[in-house]
Design a protein around this ligand. Structure first.
Ligand code: PEP
Ligand code: MG
Length: 589
């Protein structure tokens, strides 16, 4: 047991926070070889029936899992399972497979085996993470169907013993979904990234997860207990009694904090002295909209519509967009839906293959030396007005089904808002001429993310109907520190004095123009930033839905006057590290 073997600490990639303490279980991915098996012409129809029944049973499984996830309040998982259901209706898994059985005269297992191999091969050479994830999903769905065709000779994730630490080469979504957080203490894998579906699922379930660990090497080690620290990315094998004690205490305090947070969901976001702070949700996947109620969101403060394009690898048509926006607006029942028009480019640029239809838009722009400073967001849309107009038409048509707001990303000059307003009015007039109704008011907002818009915020506040501060980009552009570059992460200070001054300026301008201002960057979900932002005058936040309880919980610990004093004190500092220290000392509660 612990103490007798040597303690070893391995450092990996932190994927899902939390502490897991338990015993190792090696989970082998199931990549067996299936021998070629031919069938006669007479057997073809029976084989197709066998396939259809396996497909139907798989669909049933996924629908059941979706219902469970819905009850558990894990919208991310419901959305991923929704994608799997869509795939099961895709010709790739229906008519194409049946055609292959007919043409090749092979058993369905053989056809699937080749399909999985083919996709795995393609997957290994692809760079684009969105495409990689889609391929991983196809392999996953194929395996689920295959499981219904013949028994699986290995322990399933749903049958793991208590306190299991799962060690695997890689995890696919369905396996991760089947793991119960009361049984599986943590995941440790060799492959896998932060944005993979398995990562999203483990975070939604609250199962700690560390990737980038040499699992093959672990197989050769004499393993007893294991501790996984998902926040630091540590895997501690054979911990000493002392280490075990330390981590057990940390784990206990996490559990207590989590219980406290759960109770915050149904509470108002208000300070001790009763000032209401409205908290909206940031959303990337429209399928998650129905679950926002569970998180206590006041509406959608930022729908990153570019994910409609990034997930499809093509621009959605006007009809597709209209249906999506209409459904979202309706399900919010009068609460605001802020749709940011496509913010494409910079760090949100797909690696489209030249033969893909929408690759033409990116080929024309070419490889930019500084994509973050290049043709992205509103600049991209003004360069391709046909894409912009399709999106605006869809939004205007959907506007009468709810409270839709339109938000312009990366504005760097006043004229950009004026141009968009003109286009909106032209489209509106055209729709009305055709007898198509729109909402009377569709507020038009301006994102403040670049230095020029922050400095000109008084003029922008007069022109726009609302402002939205995107601190993720504002920090990167003001400090000239790439938000995704590990070499500049030391320079990327959300609490830099210059940022605080700018936020104060923006709030003052918005207040004088009597326009609302919302803050939608990651800072809005940072407990150390929230009080200072309130002190600087922010009264609306928009954060990822899962952070809403934490934000409410933090707000409820402060009085408005204390927050204002904190902000006043902070504005005195000129150096970023000193300011950081001041905030750490003053905001720890
Ligand atoms: C931001 O820049 O703060 C923001 C919310 O937009 P995104 O993170 O999508 O660039
Ligand atoms: Mg941004």
């Amino acid at each position: 047991m612990a103490g007798e073997r040597e303690e070893v600490v391995l450092r990996g990639l932190p994927i899902s926070k939390g502490i897991g303490i338990g015993f190792p279980i090696f989970f082998t991915n199931f990549d067996e070889d299936i021998s070629e098996s031919q069938i006669s012409k007479k057997e073809i129809e029976d084989e197709i029936d066998r396939y259809r029944s396996a497909l139907a049973r798989s669909r049933n499984d996924v629908e059941k899992l979706q219902k469970i996830s819905l009850q558990d309040g894990t919208p991310e998982i419901v959305a991923i399972l929704g994608t799997h259901l869509e795939m099961m209706q895709d010709p790739l898994l229906t008519s194409v497979i049946e055609e292959k059985i007919r043409v090749r005269q092979q058993k369905i297992e053989t056809v699937f085996f080749h399909l999985i191999e083919e996709y795995k091969q393609r997957f290994s050479i692809l760079q684009d993470i969105y495409f990689q994830e889609r391929v991983r999903d196809i392999v996953d769905v194929s395996r689920r169907i295959l499981n219904h065709l013949r028994p699986v000779g290995r322990i399933r994730m749903s049958e793991m013993p208590h306190n299991s630490i799962i060690l695997a080469h890689e995890l696919v979504p369905s396996e991760t979904i089947e793991a119960s957080s009361s049984v599986v203490s943590a995941f440790v894998t060799a492959a896998g990234g932060i944005t993979s579906h398995a990562a999203i699922i483990s975070r939604a379930k609250g199962i700690p997860y560390v990737a980038n660990i040499d699992i093959k090497m672990l197989k050769r080690v004499d393993l007893a207990a294991i501790i996984v620290d998902g926040s630091q990315g540590l895997v501690i094998i054979n911990p000493t009694r002392q280490t075990l004690k330390k981590y057990s205490e940390v784990k206990k305090s996490h559990v207590e904090k989590y219980k406290l947070l759960k109770t915050a969901t149904n509470l108002k976001g208000e300070t001790i002295d009763g000032y209401e702070i409205r908290i909206f949700a940031n959303l990337e996947n429209p399928k998650e909209i129905d679950y926002l109620n569970k998180c206590g969101a006041a509406g959608v403060g930022l729908f990153r519509s570019e994910y409609l394009f990034l997930s499809r690898r093509r621009f959605p048509t006007e009809e597709e967009q209209f249906e999506i926006y209409k459904r979202m607006a309706r399900s919010l029942r009068g609460r605001p839906l802020v749709v940011r028009i496509f913010d494409i480019g910079g760090d949100k640029k797909p690696d489209l293959l030249p033969e893909e239809p929408d690759a033409k838009y990116f080929l024309k722009i070419g490889n930019e030396l500084n994509p973050a400073l290049g043709c992205r967001a509103i600049r991209f849309l003004l360069r391709y007005p046909e894409l912009l107009e399709i999106q605006l038409r869809a939004l205007l048509r959907a506007s009468r089904f709810g409270d839709i707001h339109i938000l312009i990303p990366m504005v760097s000059d006043l004229t950009e808002i004026q141009i968009i307003r003109e286009i909106i009015e032209r489209i509106r007039a055209d729709l009305h001429k055709k007898g198509i109704k729109t909402a009377k008011e569709i507020p038009l907002g301006c994102m403040i993310e670049v230095p020029s818009s922050a400095l000109m915020c008084d003029a922008l506040a007069k022109e726009a109907d609302f402002l939205s501060i995107g601190t993720n980009d504002l920090v990167q552009y003001v400090l000239a520190a790439d938000r995704n570059n590990p070499n500049t992460s030391e320079l990327y200070f959300s609490t830099h004095p210059s940022i605080l001054r700018l936020i104060r300026m923006i709030v003052t301008s918005a207040n004088s123009a009597r326009k609302p201002v919302v803050l939608c960057g990651e800072s809005a979900a940072d407990p150390a930033m929230i009080p200072i932002l309130i002190g600087l005058g922010i009264r609306e936040f928009s954060v990822a839905a899962r952070h809403i309880p934490l934000v409410k919980h933090t707000i409820r610990k402060w009085r408005i006057l204390e927050a204002c004093r904190l902000a006043e004190g902070a504005l005195e500092y000129a150096s970023a590290p000193e300011l950081k220290q001041y905030l750490a000392a003053e905001t720890a509660r």
